[in-house]
Design a protein around this ligand. Structure first.
Ligand code: PMP
Length: 406
């Protein structure tokens, strides 16, 4: 019998799909009209976006400096498209390296204060590629309990052992370090700004402990670039610890207005990664328009410090406004402001009620946070106006009262 003659019935479906067809969670939430994911925007990522034919205020974007729809950034990407085409058709290792990749790597290394840098096609791949190639059998990867999923997945891929310490807690880190042989290889990886709670890594204490225990330190600056540091370089520069931070990782999907990621460090580290990081070697390189957008965003970031100032003014306005309304914003010290809600369904409800009131925010529920610690994540942009923030605060207060949160 020819394979095409066989009629697929439910009984003949391979058992692998049982688990898949039993997955009901998203359907249940959709049926309740509370599903807050994959919302389709029909516009640029500005302070206002188009959703279901309506303009809504965007308070859930990571475009911290408001550059994803900056005309200069868009023009730079268009020019690169004309010159280099739409893709590289290969990995950096073989046919996919462009001169603009090298130019961007040089600028990024200078910007964050390291010898060299290496681009990856996403920030996720940068973390995964680095950890999986650097942390080997017998080594230890030491992560904060709230580190980003890409760090954890790097740990799952590598042959070393992953150990977590309590969130941003040097005492817990010290306990871990003391339990390991001094001479063993260790890499501590932290988010510089934690992506969900908006608090800043306690790098001074962490680096001191690392030095005492023969551990290297890597900081993920995804939410810190363009936000912290004298020139927006990130959390290492914010603490004056660029030299002491062995490895700096960053992404372009937030303040740098595009997509892609990078690792910066010593020359020998970058040379090693070029020949070992599988996420780099076996995946196509970043298209030129993305690189050109990042180069332009970096130029603007450096030449317009007033954007960072505006971002911080907006952050203060929103943070104070939320606290005056009676919300708990947890430990946040940055433009990432969580509203602690607790219950997951209540968090979905708050998110969708806010959408009805014309405000887009993101819900964060387990496994991204612990059970009963669900939250609404608000993120500010430099381009929000004071009126937009006040309008949003009005709606957040109204919905918070409706749901009994304040
Ligand atoms: N690290 C952190 C802390 C992040 O928040 C993110 C994105 N959410 C990443 C890494 C991954 O970056 P990208 O979006 O470039 O893949």
């Amino acid at each position: 019998m020819d394979v095409s003659d066989r009629v697929r019935t439910n009984e003949s479906r391979p058992s692998l799909f049982n688990r898949i067809s039993e997955f009901e969670d998203s359907r249940i939430v959709k049926n309740l009209g509370l599903y807050p994911y994959f919302r389709e925007l029909g516009s640029e990522q500005g302070t206002t976006v188009r959703l279901d034919g309506k303009d809504v205020l965007m308070l859930g974007s990571n475009s911290y400096l408001g550059l994803t729809n900056d005309k200069r950034v868009m023009e730079a990407a268009k020019n690169a498209l004309d010159r280099y085409g739409s893709g590289c058709a290969g990995s950096r290792f073989l046919n996919g390296t462009l001169d603009i990749h090298a130019e961007l790597e040089k600028e990024l290394a200078e910007f964050v204060g390291k010898d060299a840098a290496l681009l990856f096609s996403t920030g996720f791949m940068a973390n995964q590629g680095l950890i999986a190639s650097v942390v080997q059998r017998g080594d230890y990867l030491i992560t904060d309990r709230c580190d980003h999923a890409s760090i954890i997945d790097g740990g799952l891929l590598c042959f070393g052992r992953m150990i977590r310490f309590e969130h941003n807690d040097p005492t817990s880190l010290e306990e871990v370090l003391e339990s390991l042989p001094y001479e063993s290889n260790k890499l501590i990886v932290m988010d510089g700004v934690f992506s969900m709670d908006g608090d800043i890594a306690r790098l001074p204490e962490i680096i001191t402990l690392a030095r005492e225990h023969n551990a290297a330190v890597m900081v993920d600056e995804a939410h810190a670039i363009g936000v912290l540091g004298p020139n927006g370089e990130g959390s290492a520069a914010h603490f004056g610890l660029t030299r002491e931070t062995d490895i700096i990782m960053g992404t372009f999907s937030k303040a740098l207005a595009s997509v892609g990621g990078f690792i910066a460090g010593d020359e020998d580290l970058i040379e090693y990664l070029k020949h070992h990081a599988r996420a780099l070697i076996f995946s196509a390189s970043l298209p030129a328009p993305n690189c050109a957008a990042v180069l332009e965003a970096l130029r603007i970031l450096r030449s317009e410090p007033e954007r960072r100032e505006k971002l911080w003014n907006n952050t203060r306005r929103m943070s104070e406004g939320l606290q005056n309304l009676g919300f708990d914003v947890g430990l946040s010290e940055t433009p990432v402001l969580p509203i602690l809600v607790g219950d997951m369904m209540l968090t979905f409800k708050m998110c969708m009620r806010l959408q009805e009131c014309g405000v887009f925010v993101n819900p964060v529920v387990p496994p991204a946070v612990r059970k009963n610690q669900s939250l609404i994540r608000i993120s500010l942009m430099a381009t929000h106006s004071a009126e937009e923030i006040d309008t949003a605060l009005n709606s957040i207060g109204k919905v918070g009262r409706e749901l009994g949160l304040i």
